[in-house]
Design a protein around this ligand. Structure first.
Ligand SMILES: *Cc1c(COP(=O)(O)O)cnc(C)c1O
Length: 235
């Protein structure tokens, strides 16, 4: 069984990478500009490990407890864990040291808490500002107009390294709506870039999931976060 799963996952990974390359070329972009994250939240640690064995070292979780569990099972393996979901401040102390990139910076208080834990660790945490680009009330993230006023405060936190923006498209509305939302995030990044305080970067756009990554790449995604399409046939 495990052997079969390994083959299925390797095939899924090759297929997803092929689709990323196609989407990049169709948009006139270099496929190497797009980093694939494997979102492992649907599977147990042993199945997540098969994705790592197939050659994907950037893995993501959306819940702190799942991150702790998976990070524990992976031990010293050279995986880079990305956190893509909401993190309550009481989970920061245990989570932050495990994270390579936080994609879901969604409140000023979280930023301050992360900065002080990272100061204790003598480390800087790369982070993306989560934007509620679709305006869905159920979603986390800053409203687009609230991001610019925040940047000068973030620039005062030396243990956070802001690299760009993250968002999810609206759940409903299909590919056209998704592309519209992704274009809005790209335009917000262009606007912020012009007034970006020193020390902050606005290069990364983390956007696109299994159902909409081609649209995201067409609009400039530099990181796509994919779960379902990588674990088809093993869940
Ligand atoms: C689950 C999740 C993903 C992956 O979604 P799929 O549709 O399964 O590819 C991406 N980003 C975030 C924030 C998630 O929670």
């Amino acid at each position: 069984m495990q052997r079969d799963f390994q083959e299925i996952i390797a095939e899924n990974l090759a297929r997803v990478r092929g689709r990323i390359d196609d989407a990049a070329r169709a948009a006139g972009r270099d496929p190497n500009e797009v980093t694939l994250l494997g979102v492992t939240k649907y599977v147990e640690p042993d199945v997540a490990m098969l994705l790592f064995d197939a050659g994907l070292a950037d893995l993501a979780e959306s819940r702190p407890q799942q991150l702790w569990r998976k990070a524990d099972s992976f031990g010293d393996l050279p995986v880079r864990w990305h956190m893509v979901g909401h993190m309550q401040r009481n989970k920061v102390r245990r989570s932050a040291p495990l994270i390579s990139v936080l994609h879901s910076l969604d409140s000023p208080r979280l930023a301050v808490a992360l900065n002080s834990i990272m100061a204790e660790e003598s480390r800087r945490l790369p982070a993306l500002i989560e934007v509620n680009i679709s305006g869905d009330e159920r979603k986390h993230g800053f409203m687009p107009d609230d991001v610019e006023p925040l940047l000068s405060d973030l620039a005062e936190l030396p243990h956070l390294e802001i690299r760009g923006l993250m968002a999810m498209a609206a759940l409903e509305g299909g590919p056209d709506r998704a592309r519209h939302d992704f274009a809005a995030l790209r335009r917000l990044r262009e606007r912020l870039r012009r007034n970006c305080p020193p020390g902050l970067a606005m290069d990364e756009l983390s956007m696109g999931m299994s159902g909409d990554f081609a649209e995201a790449i067409a609009e400039g995604a530099t990181i796509v976060r994919i779960g379902t399409a990588l674990f088809e046939g093993v869940r």
